[in-house]
Write a protein that binds this ligand. Structure first.
Ligand code: KG4
Ligand code: ZN
Length: 367
């Protein structure tokens, strides 16, 4: 439909310069420039390297996205950008670019929340997001369970990791096993040939008195590292495939168990899974099994839309336009710890009081 909003989205919260173009809930372009190779030798993302790479990639990636979408910048109905959470310097590059383009083109600017975008992207794959939807967001920077009743205005935190993010655990275990960075995809691959029941690794925060929806992966990480060390110390070969499969099983068992439980407790019958770890093949299979058994409809976007990208930002921006949400002010700033309870940042003249949530979020949501 021609009357659906045409929006360009810019994502620079971590190491991916993503620029997407959508019309309503239809994906037109998803251009990505990644600096992941530049970080690989450090075993993790180096913020300054990421910021510089964003700066270099920004204009060519925007040009590529517009070309791929076959649209002209002057036809856009708005420009959306990740305002947070994420790496401060990296976010700043995206926000500055979005402001410059929006101002020069005379288009409204929408500063949006990275986590809400990870949820909203599923609209590009499976159509309008049911309200409410439970979302399990699992990536290198965040692991949270969120309840969304309106993706443009009402996203509530149900639980989050109290230590490492799920993807971080994959990355750290891959490092211990000398499998390189990022760890998720390679562990996924090795695990396919391993036995998930070979080693009984601990399931964090699953005791009767533990918080039902929070996660912890640091104990698991230590247990796996110790197990590997013990094998090496005894001069035995480390069964990499079995370790990968058993570790992965421990992670996805807890993630799916808690997500399904949250849906049941809250009477929500749609679960979406997003973030880089949602690309995990075993997570997808187990989530499908458990959702089917519980009568829950599962929505997982294709892997390319699960990892950080610009299309997800454009998707949320388009929803903001469609629902008549106010645009951001020109003084929009990047907020590295933007709370998930703020799906978008309307700017100073529209701000509401989120200071207390903000403090909470610093502790819980982006650890
Ligand atoms: O969403 P994302 O691209 O960036 C962040 O916002 O962090 O997620 C990257 C994370 C990395 O930790 C990576 O190891 C993990 O997602 N990941 C996976 C898989 N593919 C990527 N984890 C498990 N299995 C995978 N197949
Ligand atoms: Zn992300």
């Amino acid at each position: 439909m021609a009357d659906e909003p045409l929006v360009l989205g810019i994502e620079t919260s971590c190491d991916e310069t993503g620029v997407g173009v959508v019309r309503g809930r239809t994906l037109l372009a998803d251009a990505i420039a990644s600096s992941v190779d530049e970080h690989a030798r450090f075993g993790g993302v180096v913020p300054e390297v990421a910021s510089r790479a964003h700066l270099e990639a920004m204009v060519p990636t925007i040009d590529r996205a517009l070309k791929e979408a076959g649209v002209s910048a002057k036809d856009l109905d708005g420009i959306a950008v990740t305002a947070g959470p994420g790496l401060a310097g990296a976010l700043l590059v995206g926000v500055s670019a979005a402001k410059a383009y929006a101002y020069a083109l005379g288009k409204p600017l929408y500063g949006v929340n990275h986590l809400a975008s990870h949820i909203c992207v599923d609209q590009l794959e499976h159509g309008a997001l049911p309200e409410p939807t439970m979302a399990l967001l699992v990536s290198g920077g965040h692991s949270s369970l969120l309840l969304s009743t309106d993706i443009t205005s009402d996203v509530r935190p149900m639980g989050a990791t109290i230590d490492d993010a799920a993807g971080e655990a994959f990355d750290k275990i891959a490092r211990v096993l000398d499998l390189g960075f990022p760890g998720g995809p390679v562990i996924d691959r090795y695990a396919r040939e391993g036995d998930p029941d070979a080693i009984a690794f601990p399931r964090g925060l699953t005791g009767p008195r533990d918080p039902a929806y929070d996660f912890s992966f640091s104990g698991l990480k230590t247990a796996v590292a110790r197990w590997i060390e013990a094998k090496r110390a005894a001069g035995e070969e480390v069964p990499v495939r079995d370790v990968a499969a058993s570790f992965q099983e421990a992670v996805v068992d807890v993630l799916t168990r808690k997500a399904v439980r949250a849906c049941k407790d809250q009477g929500v019958d749609h679960l979406m899974i997003g973030g880089g770890v949602a690309a995990n093949s075993r997570l997808r299979v187990l989530a499908q099994e458990r959702c089917e058994a519980a009568g829950i409809r599962l929505r997982v976007p294709r892997p390319k839309l699960c990892t950080d990208n610009g299309a997800m930002v454009a998707a949320l921006g388009a929803e903001m336009v469609a629902r008549g949400r106010s645009a951001s002010d020109w003084d929009l700033s990047a907020d590295s710890s933007l709370p998930v309870t703020d799906p978008h940042v309307p700017g100073a003249s529209h701000t509401h009081d989120h200071d207390h949530v903000h403090e909470l979020a610093k502790d819980n949501l982006y650890s």
